[in-house]
Write a protein that binds this ligand. Structure first.
Ligand SMILES: [Zn+2]
Length: 323
């Protein structure tokens, strides 16, 4: 029976036809870390959470990390995800344990899914020990990852290290930017400037870009133009920030979601991913790709079905450097 009147079925069919879901942003090494008694910790600020799991990272074994990563991956495979990008922490605390677990995951699942590993710099790249592990990670991962917010005040230097390393190694970079729905944040604009400075057009992907919508229309339009020129792409993680806490800044009204309704018509490639799954950051996120796509289209009032299918499929392959 033709069920075109069922828009969910219609979209799922199109997504399958286009090669299946691409889950472009995850942190599988941290998935399923949260326990029912830990939920009070989920109220802490993101900055506090970055340090919260330090103790856990020290005690987790490679096998434990592997088990959680494999479980997370199985959940994605079951929905028809055919390519997946995941950050893995590589820093002075976790050391090479997540890399070793990721290696085992790749070995076990490589025939079933295109896996792309990206290093998370949750301890920044300025500290000498953190930098040592960043350099170590660069040799293991497919894509260089970054978190300039962790080197607050030195974001430009953070990006210089990421971009020069990626350029030397001929890799792409994925960078968490503009996460806090804060009109004072301008990390995407900085990322664009740095992309051009390092001549890395087409190799750079931002993740989130939530704060962009807290800026004026004029600012946003100029930024979109610059992103297109620098070929900077974006990954939206719709449920990741939709719970953003109330702020008192007076800004253009918007939902705390990557503004795809403006970005896609402006010519920017946008992909999608669940980000954190069942951890202190997002205890109830389950990695369901339909939920992510639904939140995106609802929060942005965006119903371009053809573009939504691209966001869910080939755009993901583009940002992961698979096509
Ligand atoms: Zn992330």
């Amino acid at each position: 029976m033709n069920k075109d009147w069922d828009l969910k079925s219609y979209l799922l069919k199109k997504i399958k036809k286009q090669g299946g879901w691409v889950s472009a942003h995850n942190h599988l090494d941290k998935a399923y870390l949260v326990k029912p008694g830990d939920l009070s910790l989920a109220y802490l600020s993101l900055q506090k959470k970055w340090d919260l799991i330090d103790e856990l990272k020290k005690t987790q074994t490679v096998q434990q990390i592997y088990d959680r990563m494999a479980y997370g991956l199985e959940q994605q495979l079951a929905q028809g995800v055919t390519a997946l990008g995941t950050f893995i922490d590589v820093d002075p605390l976790i050391k090479d344990k997540a890399m070793k677990a990721a290696d085992k995951v790749r070995e076990r699942y490589k025939s079933q899914i295109d896996l792309v590993f990206i290093n998370q710099t949750v301890k920044g790249v300025m500290d000498q020990e953190a930098r040592k592990w960043f350099d170590e990670a660069a040799q293991f991962v497919d894509i260089i990852g970054g978190l300039p917010g962790k080197d607050k005040g030195r974001e430009a230097e953070h990006l210089d290290i990421l971009l020069s390393t990626a350029k030397r190694r001929q890799q792409m970079i994925h960078v968490h930017v503009d996460q806090f729905n804060d009109p004072n944040e301008e990390e995407t604009a900085l990322l664009v400037r740095k992309t051009i400075e390092h001549n890395m057009q087409g190799k750079v992907v931002g993740v989130h870009g939530i704060s962009i919508a807290a800026h004026s229309l004029e600012y946003r339009q100029k930024l979109y133009k610059d992103m297109v020129e620098a070929k900077v792409m974006m990954v939206a993680c719709p449920t990741a920030w939709i719970d953003h806490r109330r702020r008192e800044d007076l800004v253009p009204s918007h939902n705390a979601v990557t503004p795809v309704d403006e970005m896609v018509p402006a010519g920017i490639t946008v992909a999608i991913g669940p980000d954190n799954i069942a951890d202190y950051y997002k205890p109830f996120t389950d990695g369901d790709m339909w939920t992510e796509l639904r939140f995106l289209l609802e929060a942005c009032h965006y119903y371009d079905l053809e573009e939504l299918v691209k966001i869910a499929t080939i755009n993901g392959r583009k940002v992961l450097g698979l096509i």
